[in-house]
Structure formats: C-alpha cells, structure tokens
Design a protein around this ligand. Structure first.
Ligand code: UDP
Length: 253
C-alpha cells in the first residue's frame, strides 16, 4: 500500500487521503466488532469480501440513479470514494423484525412488518448509538426536515434495490443500516449513500433454510463468518470463492 496520510481509523475501516482533492481511499480491515465493540475479533478475509460486496452494491445503486460516495475499487482492500461530510446518524431500514426491534417489541425474529420501517440512531460509540426520534435530529441540527425527507426517500430506494438483488439470489433482506453523507457542489448540497453496504451492516437470511449469512454469525457465534460472506459473494457472482483464503496476494480484476 502506498504511504498515504491516514485521516481516520474506525472499527472496520481506515480512511486515507485520496489522490485528488475531494477524494478519499477507504481501506477495509479484517476486524469485526459487535455489541458496541465489547466483542472483537480479526476474521481473515472479511475486509476483502466487504470491499468487493460494497463495490457491487454501490455500483448498482449508482447505475439506477441512487447517488453514492463510491468511485472505484483500487485493489483487494481499498476503494476510491468521494469525500463527504457524514451525517451522524445510522439510518436503519427494516422489512422483518429482528435484533433490537424484535427485543424492544417482543416480536419473534422474522415477523414481517406492515411496511418498511425506518429508524435513526445517533452515531456515538460512547453512548452506544442511541435510537433517536426525528424531533431530536432536527432540534439538535444533525439534519433538517428536508434532509430527513430526502434520506427516507434514498433509504427506501436502497431498500428496494437491495431487497430485489438479494431475492434474486435466494436471500431475504431482513434489515440493514446505511450512512448518508453530504457533498457540496458550490452552494448546492447533495445527499449520497456513504460508508459501506455489506453483510456487516445487513441481516441476510437464506430464503429456503433461514440460514444467517451476515454479521449475526459473529455476534451469535453461529459459525464461520468468512464462509457466510463468501457464500453471499459467490451467489452474487462478485468473487471467486477461493480468493479470501489465499496465503499470497492474488490478483483480482
Ligand atoms: N447495524 C449496523 N451497525 C450498528 C447497528 C446496527 O450495521 O451499529 C445494522 C445491523 O447489522 C442490522 C440493522 O442495522 O442489519 C439493525 O440492527 P439492530 O438495530 O437490530 O441492532 P443489533 O441487533 O444489530 O444490535
């Protein structure tokens, strides 16, 4: 990897200065965390898979006219992205009850919801990313009402795209999280899908068997996480299944 200036290191990714103004390089680590980083592990190959999967989803979104920060993949672990100002919210879209919602409402995991439900958490690790109502978001100035309307529209388009793509390979999209960034073009501000879209931030269940193919495999000790993500990548045709376990660097195009 070139000696680039590191700008930010998060739990699963590192951001480096990009080659041109307005760009960044996003590096995918093999680190996995859950329960607000109480549970941690290094999972060989996860970063490579998430880089490829996020490229696949973001490219698809760009092509159907949903703007994202993604420009291009650079290598196995890095992608070139547009520099954005991240809105400090986790935008969660749910099609079926699971995880924290199932717990909060006493619903059985997998219960279909009457319509896609969108909720927001305030991005703050020290506070454990608390769920926040829209009124907090507007009152504290994290986003305006207009931003929120646009974010909901974006999130629903991402949901329809992701649900359809996943359905096509026999996977149910239970829920997912996205982050939204602002890009300034002169005085004009545009909201784009940022961060990553990968099995780290989605719940993906095999339609026939219900097998979990997402980070719950790690959270709940259900097996090998790399195998689960490799299965998603294999079904989508985005990656040969043997690459992640390679001991030497392997060239992929
Ligand atoms: N999620 C995420 N990052 C977070 C919290 C949630 O990517 O910090 C994703 C999670 O993988 C799931 C969806 O958002 O696909 C809904 O998560 P939930 O609120 O049920 O929380 P969890 O049960 O994961 O704590």
């Amino acid at each position: 990897m070139a000696r680039r200036k590191k700008l930010y290191e998060g739990k699963a990714k590192i951001l480096y200065e990009g080659p041109e103004p307005g760009t960044l390089v996003q590096y995918f680590k093999d680190d996995a965390t859950a329960f607000n980083a109480e549970k941690k592990a290094t999972i060989e190959g996860k970063g490579v898979l998430n880089n490829r999967l996020s490229e696949f989803f973001m490219n698809g979104l760009n092509q159907i006219g949903v703007p994202t920060h993604f420009i291009k993949r650079i290598n196995m672990r890095e992608q070139l992205i547009k520099s954005v100002e991240i809105i400090p919210l986790e935008v969660i879209v749910r099609n079926f009850a699971a995880g924290s919602m199932a717990k909060r409402l006493g619903l059985e995991e997998g219960t279909p919801l009457p319509r896609p439900i969108i909720e927001f958490s305030y991005k703050d690790d020290a506070l454990g990313d608390p769920l926040v109502p829209e009124e907090y978001i507007i009152a504290f100035g994290w986003a305006s009402q207009q931003d929120l309307d646009d974010i909901v529209a974006l999130a629903l388009r991402v949901n329809d795209y992701m649900s359809g793509v996943m359905y096509g390979v026999g996977i149910k999209l239970v829920d997912f999280k996205i982050e939204i960034g602002r890009i300034w073009e002169g005085d004009f501000m545009r909201l784009v899908v940022a961060d990553e879209i990968s099995p780290d931030s989605c719940r993906l269940w095999d339609i026939k068997t219900g097998q979990k193919l997402d980070k719950d495999v790690f959270r709940r000790d259900l097996g090998n996480l790399t195998d689960a993500y490799t299965e998603v990548a294999r079904r989508l045709g985005v990656m040969p299944s043997n690459v992640t376990h390679a001991t030497k660097p392997t060239l992929i195009n």
